[in-house]
Design a protein around this ligand. Structure first.
Ligand code: CU
Length: 164
């Protein structure tokens, strides 16, 4: 699952940054979109006018994203067009692995919870939608469907962000 291209020194730095972000997120008490800018290890919401590439991702009832591995370069703004080709709802959430796991625990307690955040989208069967995201740091950014059972079944993937 973990890209072999990724060296351990930068991974260690990434994990440290992720831990720092998780700590600040916990301190913020779970409020979202409060207006202040936080450095995030996964990047920042993208601006449509600055999109450099569109990547289509299929979300299927086989509990797989296709593709599940995506490569981008630091600084790129990607328009992810996610299509739910299945018969049950799916979602696409970008995050660190730690953030995704934490959110998944919350989803298990509140399964009908829906997200209105720039790094994720919930999709009803047959629907498609977009997440526009700018990758600002080299490393691995994870994505997953956090619906109960889906994440555990392997509905996840990685964006490998290359340094320029
Ligand atoms: Cu799903």
């Amino acid at each position: 699952m973990i890209s072999l291209k990724f060296n351990f020194a930068s991974r260690a730095g990434f994990v440290f940054a992720a831990a720092a972000l998780a700590a600040s997120a916990a301190f913020a008490g779970g409020t979202h979109g409060g207006g202040h800018h936080e450095e995030s290890p996964i990047g920042e919401p993208g601006v449509a006018a600055k999109v450099t590439r569109t990547i289509e991702v299929d979300a299927a009832d086989s509990m797989r994203f296709t593709p599940s591995n995506v490569s981008v370069k630091k600084g790129e703004t990607i328009r992810f067009v996610i299509k739910n080709s299945g018969k049950v709802p799916h979602e696409f959430s970008l995050g660190t692995e730690k953030e995704l796991k934490e959110h998944y625990e919350v989803m298990k307690k509140f399964p009908t919870m829906e997200h209105e955040e720039p790094n994720k989208i919930s999709l009803k069967p047959g629907k498609q939608g977009e997440v526009i995201w700018r990758f600002t740091k080299p490393g691995v950014v994870n994505f997953a469907c956090l619906h109960v059972g889906h994440y555990e079944a392997g509905m996840k993937g990685q964006v490998n962000v290359a340094a320029n």
